[in-house]
Write a protein that binds this ligand. Structure first.
Ligand SMILES: [Zn+2]
Length: 327
């Protein structure tokens, strides 16, 4: 019990500081995690035991991108055409539930990372943009992080609104939100927009600090949500297979990839990295999921990957999503 509590504190502390790492430190860390993932997959997951699947050699390079490019690009089809026991870790009894998603027209049954079921961790990952608002290596920034920590650990502070619930009972939902007084809401763009519209016309206007949507936001939408809800609108990129993958910082100029958890590549139609500033397909390697290794998984979404340092100071690359990504 005590061990579990300590482990949780450790995980949270890691998330607090991960975004402060330099680009080179992040790359070194990614390379280590990537090699561990590949070794695990090769040892425990039948699909990855096939010789042509993983032809990774031991290498001293600190940059995983050289090694990753030697592996095949996968997709929902790669997994779905096989029986599930071939693409999951059969060596340990996993306690996570199977999920289902339709990706690129193919129905895929998958096992999410075990961490996704840890509520504290999940909240922190979702709201870590709050930690980024006061970025710095001095102690005052770390104090801000601790202030935010109590916010982040309070599950009542963050309210996720499921679209089907909202569509069925929008008025009841508005009343509940007024009573609940959340600091942040997470919902589909259409729900946030409707809520803002409705609240500005009925009763006392709703006041919320942050609204998070899993869609690209525009300057126009941000202005409107600020006027109607008083909320700063943030966009994230989230897929059922991975949870939140990338998130806007306060500069609202692209979404920072969670580079402590994922390696993102943007590839052309031939599976080659596009040049800086060019749009391509988003291909994800999940560095954390051991139950079902997702290695070079083609999401079918499109984006431009920006590697230059952001004005906020975070050195994690940014995705500029094509408008229909993750919708
Ligand atoms: Zn930034």
């Amino acid at each position: 019990m005590i061990f579990e509590a300590l482990r949780k504190r450790f995980e949270i502390a890691r998330l607090h500081t991960a975004h402060m790492r330099s680009a080179s430190t992040t790359k070194r860390r990614q390379s280590t995690l990537f090699r561990e993932l590949v070794e695990h997959a090769r040892a425990h997951v039948p699909m990855w035991k096939e010789p042509q699947a993983l032809s990774l050699e031991k290498s001293s390079t600190a940059d995983a991108t050289f090694e990753i490019a030697r592996l095949p690009v996968t997709s929902s089809y790669t997994y779905a055409k096989r029986p599930a026991e071939e693409y999951v870790d059969g060596s340990t009894q996993v306690s996570v539930r199977w999920r289902k998603v339709v990706r690129n027209g193919v129905e895929l049954h998958f096992l999410p990372s075990v961490r996704r079921f840890d509520r504290t961790y999940d909240d922190l990952v979702r709201l870590r943009f709050l930690l980024w608002r006061e970025l710095g290596t001095d102690l005052s920034a770390i104090k801000t992080v601790q202030v935010n920590d109590s916010f982040l650990n309070s599950s009542s502070a963050n309210l996720r609104i499921a679209t089907p619930d909202y569509v069925l009972h929008p008025d009841a939902m508005l009343t509940e939100i007024r009573q609940f007084r959340p600091d942040a809401i997470e919902a589909d763009a259409a729900v946030i927009s409707d809520l803002a519209e409705m609240s500005s016309h009925r009763g006392a206007p709703l006041r919320i600090s942050y609204a998070v949507q899993n869609t690209v936001s525009t300057d126009l939408a941000r202005t409107r949500i600020r006027e109607q809800l008083g909320a700063e609108l943030y966009s994230c990129y989230e897929l059922p297979e991975f949870g939140v993958i990338a998130m806007e910082c306060a500069q609202h100029d692209g979404l920072h990839v969670y580079s402590d958890l994922f390696i993102i590549e943007v590839l052309d139609e031939h599976g080659t990295s596009v040049r800086e500033g060019e749009e391509g397909r988003i291909v994800i390697t999940d560095l954390m999921n051991r139950a079902m290794p997702f290695i070079r998984y083609d999401t079918g979404d499109r984006a431009v990957l920006l590697s230059q340092k952001c004005r906020c100071g975070i050195e994690w690359p940014r995705l500029r999503l094509a408008p229909d990504a993750s919708s």
